[in-house]
Structures are given as structure tokens and as C-alpha cells.
Design a protein around this ligand. Structure first.
Ligand SMILES: Cc1ncc(COP(=O)(O)O)c(C=O)c1O
Length: 400
């Protein structure tokens, strides 16, 4: 009989992928289901990027490449970091992996020893704790709340750091809350980190380009140059360029860490797809003019969803600064009965009942480490969002 390894037994499968898969199955079975569970833009990959990939295939750029990225892409990434973040990296300081996800995992595998701690703010992106566990480390969670805008306070960060802390993982704008740190908020965290030289910072900037209104995006190595020597600035083309399926993520950081990450790749995945790498060169060096209008579309969707959810009985939905998620509270529904008569004892019960009664798939907050909440991904059309939020309002109206 198959028995999974002790290392794998420490982790659980991704709750967001599971929720999306369940919605797909129900849809395939003919049910009227709206999935707001998946975290990917509904826009298509830009044509110039697709054309670059086709050119790469025709030109025979279809062979193994340098393990952690072709020189042309590394140069394009250095250009991006300079242009958009004011950060100087050389190509030797760049890692390209098959998606943002493996960038983070490779960094953890390359650096953690058993018992090493990684500080992770809650709510967190579902994969952080499990990647840390799989790499042999121990996640240490810092709580946040809707009142703090789901952002870590300096005193709470200070309290979470121990002599065993190797990393802090920061994610701004955040999946699942959409919260994004201002320059002043990052400054306050940087002041704590300057006092703890053993702590490295992995900043996951995947949603950098999705910030709204006059919010200005900052990344921590830019706010405090003294942290540059121990920061891995991670990003990717998945969200900004609607390229989730192409699997290209990247990071800039200290050369010894980048070399160690390449060593992990050399014995596991090898290089990311050669064709996708050439497409990413075009994404990062070609026209960028669609990025701002895209963000504007997401901002309008955010406003629609926040407004409609706040009209649902028992739901409170803060207005996030970025990404394409909201993270409302269902505190007002806990302890009551769903329209089916079943009790709502947790945010998971809420999500299950909402799917069964109204066919709306969301992800429950416990999956992200902070209850009682749920996450909606609003990367879909206004018509679908209006339909989904109307169903949620009807569901909440019938909770007794
Ligand atoms: C915060 C965050 N980081 C990283 C990723 C991974 O991105 P990729 O699809 O490039 O692996 C995601 C994807 O959902 C994300 O939400």
C-alpha cells in the first residue's frame, strides 16, 4: 500500500485549487455555479507576448536553457527592477523559475535547516506555511485584523522574531486580503528588521501593478537600502501580464542565495520553459500601456463587490488597496442557521452552504489562517460579479 512520506504528511493540498476544482466539477455536472475561487486574471495574454512565443518556437528556441533563466530574460528583469522599483541587480543576482510559486519554494529549500523559523503574517497566501514545512522549517504566524487593515504592526513583528527566525515573508498587495503596505508602514517594519540581522526578507510583489486610486507601491529593499543585502525581491509575469499558464516567476537577491536556488533547480525542475522565457522577455520589455487601464478595471470591480457585499446581512467587507481579492468577515452569521437549516459554525460551513444553496464558490478564511472570513477573487466580469453578489445577499437574507 502506498504511504506518503513524513515530510509530505506535514502539509495539506492547496485549498484554493481544491475549491476551484470542486466548482469546475459541479459545473461539468451541469450545475449553475459561479466560481470566485481562482486567483487569475480573466484578461487574455497580450498579443505581442503570444507573438514572441510563436517566434521563439519558429526560431528553434525549444531546447534546454541555462537552469535559472536565459541571459536575455535576466537582463530584462534587471531593467524592470531598475525602472519600476529603483533597485539595482546584476544578472547574476536574478533567478527565473517555472512560476512565482517555485521561486519561493526554491528559496526555502535552499536556506532552511530543521527548526528554522519563518515569520508569516495571517491571513497568508495558502502556500507559504506548507512550503516552509515541506522545506523542513517552522512557520511562526503573526496575527493581523480587519482593524489594522490586515497589516502587521511593528510590535507584533518584533514579538514574533526569535534567534531561530530565518525569514519574514511579506506579501503586498496581499492574497487573500488585498491589503498593501504604504511606504511609512514598510518603514516601521524595516526599523524592526534592522535590529535583527539574522532575519532575511522574502517580499512577494506579484500584485505590484494592481494598486488602486493614488496608492503608491513600494517594496522593502527600496524603502530601506540597508535590507537589500538580505532581501529576496520576488515577482512574476502571471498576474500583471495575464500569463498564469506560462509559468514564469522571478526574483532578485544576494548572489549566494541565487546560486543556491539554481543548485536546487539543477537537480529538480531544470529550466522554466524556453518558449515562456522568450514570451516573458517581450512582456517585460514590450509595451506596458495596458497595465494601468487593467488596474482601473479591477478597481471598478473592487468597488462594485465591496459595495454589494456590505449590503448583505451579517457581512462586513473592508476596502482593500490592491490585488483582485476581498476578504470580508462573516462574524455576523456565525452561530446562525443557513437557508438549508444547517448550522453555520465556521467560515468553512458558510462557504459549503453558499456553494450548495446558491452555487457561488468562495474560499473560506481558515484556509488563509484567519477566521471568520472568506475570500472572493473578483477577476471576472461585472455581470458575473453582480450575479454572484446578488446570490450572496439572498443567502445572507435567509440566514436565521
Ligand atoms: C501572493 C502570490 N504569490 C505567488 C503566486 C504564484 O504565482 P505563480 O502562478 O506565478 O506561481 C500567487 C498565485 O496565486 C500569489 O497569489
Amino acid at each position: 500500500m502506498f504511504a506518503q512520506s513524513a515530510a509530505l504528511a506535514r502539509i495539506k493540498p492547496s485549498a484554493t485549487l481544491a475549491a476551484d476544482a470542486k466548482a469546475r466539477d459541479l459545473k461539468a455536472a451541469g450545475k449553475d455555479v459561479i466560481s470566485l475561487a481562482a486567483g487569475e486574471p480573466d484578461f487574455d495574454t497580450p498579443d505581442n507576448v503570444k507573438e514572441a512565443a510563436i517566434r521563439a518556437i519558429r526560431a528553434g528556441k525549444t531546447k534546454y536553457t541555462n537552469v535559472d533563466g536565459i541571459a536575455e530574460l535576466k537582463t530584462a528583469i534587471c531593467g524592470k527592477f531598475k525602472r519600476e522599483n529603483g533597485l539595482d541587480y546584476t544578472p547574476a543576482q536574478i533567478n527565473v523559475s517555472p512560476g512565482g510559486k517555485p521561486v519561493i519554494f526554491n528559496a526555502m529549500v535552499a536556506s532552511l535547516n530543521p527548526g528554522d523559523e519563518v515569520v508569516i503574517p495571517r491571513p497568508y497566501w495558502v502556500s507559504y506555511p506548507d512550503m516552509v514545512l515541506l522545506a523542513g522549517g517552522e512557520p511562526r504566524f503573526v496575527p493581523t485584523s480587519a482593524e489594522s487593515g490586515f497589516k502587521v504592526k511593528a510590535a507584533d513583528l518584533e514579538a514574533a522574531i526569535t534567534p531561530r527566525t530565518r525569514w519574514l515573508i511579506l506579501n503586498s498587495p496581499s492574497n487573500p486580503s488585498g491589503a498593501a503596505y504604504t511606504k511609512a508602514e514598510l518603514r516601521a517594519l524595516a526599523d524592526v528588521l534592522l535590529r535583527h540581522p539574522q532575519v532575511w526578507i522574502l517580499t512577494d510583489d506579484m500584485y505590484e501593478h494592481l494598486v488602486f486610486g493614488d496608492f503608491e507601491f513600494w517594496t522593502i529593499a527600496q524603502v530601506e537600502p540597508a535590507l537589500y543585502e538580505r532581501t529576496l525581491t520576488m515577482n512574476g509575469v502571471s498576474k500583471a501580464y495575464a500569463m498564469t499558464g506560462w509559468r514564469i516567476g522571478y526574483a532578485g537577491g544576494p548572489e549566494p542565495l541565487i546560486k543556491a536556488m539554481a543548485k536546487v533547480m539543477s537537480q529538480t525542475t531544470s529550466n522554466p520553459s524556453s518558449i515562456s522565457q522568450w514570451a516573458a522577455v517581450e512582456a517585460l520589455t514590450g509595451p506596458q500601456d495596458f497595465i494601468k487601464p487593467n488596474a482601473k478595471v479591477f478597481e471598478e470591480r473592487r468597488d462594485l463587490v465591496v459595495s454589494m457585499l456590505n449590503q448583505a446581512r451579517g457581512i462586513r467587507c473592508p476596502t482593500p488597496e490592491g490585488a483582485f481579492y476581498v476578504y470580508p468577515s462573516v462574524e455576523g452569521l456565525i452561530g446562525k442557521s443557513a437557508p438549508s437549516g444547517k448550522p453555520i459554525g465556521s467560515d468553512e460551513d458558510f462557504a459549503v452552504e453558499l456553494l450548495e444553496t446558491e452555487g457561488v464558490s468562495v474560499v473560506f478564511g481558515a484556509a488563509f489562517g484567519l477566521s471568520p472570513h472568506f475570500r472572493i477573487s473578483y477577476a471576472t466580469s461585472n455581470a458575473v460579479l453582480e450575479d454572484a453578489c446578488t446570490r450572496i445577499q439572498r443567502f445572507c437574507g435567509q440566514v436565521g
